[in-house]
Design a protein around this ligand. Structure first.
Ligand SMILES: Nc1ncnc2c1ncn2[C@@H]1O[C@H](COP(=O)(O)OP(=O)(O)OP(=O)(O)O)[C@@H](O)[C@H]1O
Ligand SMILES: [Mg+2]
Length: 296
């Protein structure tokens, strides 16, 4: 049950009144139940024959051509493909930021086409954490205030929001930069703040579009280590990348070409530990095994 709205939020922008009941009951933990292992593992994502066509005057751009994809809960999937192959278009659909022209998309078994705009924004804010290549942090705003933003509508008091934001930042090794503004942080640090912002709501699904595209190799390792740890906790991770060595850290690699899935390669089982955990060196103070204290 969602906590009641706190008057402390009065000055903040608001979307709409809190629901009496959450649209979708959040699982008590992102880790799937033990009985869900193996073949019977529940599906986080079901994309069925999805088509996305953009109409630009006389020109029709067929960005996705009957893409079908199923992703188990707890899997870690890299999506690869050349520029313009449809990766971001697919990610926007997975994140309920865009709707398919044809075909269907189910998230945790719910067909998103049956949901209205409010339900969709509810689903996005409760279940999904987004990370983008360009960080998308609010400038001239501290790291901790950036990470607090997704909690603005969660009905939490100010002290709890601050505590959760600080916990999320510590979980990505940014506990010593809580009050720095974006312009005072390196690219890798900004991306770690963006990851903290994505996990502060305790989502079960992390979607990342080229999260390491602007990072050097050390920062790439830091961010991959964090994704691996989030996946090790049972969260589903879908990550777009151009870099084969980044894709190799996932458990499954799906390649798109011209709007179609052309390769779907399993690296390790969905329920195995993510490969990255054993391989990467620790760096930049990202904790090895600290579970982010991002409570449901
Ligand atoms: N809003 C839009 N309107 C029209 N066409 C679009 C739009 N968004 C994407 N496209 C087109 O759809 C195709 C797929 O674009 P998409 O952004 O999904 O590619 P991508 O694989 O993410 O590429 P990149 O690696 O460069 O980010 C491209 O041909 C692109 O020009
Ligand atoms: Mg893209």
């Amino acid at each position: 049950m969602r906590a009641p709205r706190n008057p402390d939020q009065g000055a903040r922008p608001r979307l709409r009144p809190a629901r009496e009941r959450p649209l979708l009951e959040r699982a008590p933990s992102p880790r799937p139940p033990a009985s869900a292992g193996g073949r019977g593992r529940p599906l986080a994502i079901q994309v069925r024959e999805v088509v996305k066509t953009y109409e630009l005057g006389q020109i029709r751009v067929r960005a996705l051509r009957r893409v079908s994809l199923q992703i188990e809960r707890g899997d870690f999937v890299a999506i690869m493909g050349s520029s313009g192959s449809g990766k971001s278009t697919l990610m926007n659909i997975l994140g309920c930021l865009d709707i398919p022209t044809a075909g269907s998309y189910l998230i945790d078994g719910v067909d998103v086409s049956t949901l209205d705009e409010d339900d969709l924004s509810d689903l996005r804010s409760r279940k999904i954490g987004f990370v983008f290549q360009s960080f998308n942090l609010v400038s001239r705003t501290s790291a901790v205030a950036n990470v607090e933003l997704p909690l603005a509508y969660a009905g939490l008091d100010r002290a709890t929001r601050r505590q959760r934001a600080e916990d999320a930042l510590r979980a990505v090794g940014m506990g010593n930069r809580l009050h720095h503004q974006s312009s005072e942080l390196s690219g890798g640090q900004q991306q770690r703040v963006a990851v903290a912002r994505a996990i502060v709501t305790n989502p079960t699904l992390i979607l990342a579009d080229e999260p390491t595209g602007n990072l050097d190799s050390h920062s790439t390792e830091d961010v991959l280590r964090i994704f691996a740890r989030l996946n090790g906790e049972g969260r589903t991770v879908v990550l777009i990348t151009h870099e084969p060595d980044v894709a190799e850290q996932a458990k499954r690699v799906v390649s798109l070409s011209d709007g179609r899935v052309v390769e779907d390669r399993r690296v390790t089982a969905a329920h195995d530990a993510p490969p990255v955990l054993g391989r990467l060196k620790s760096s930049h103070g990202v904790p090895e095994a600290l579970t982010p204290r991002v409570r449901p």
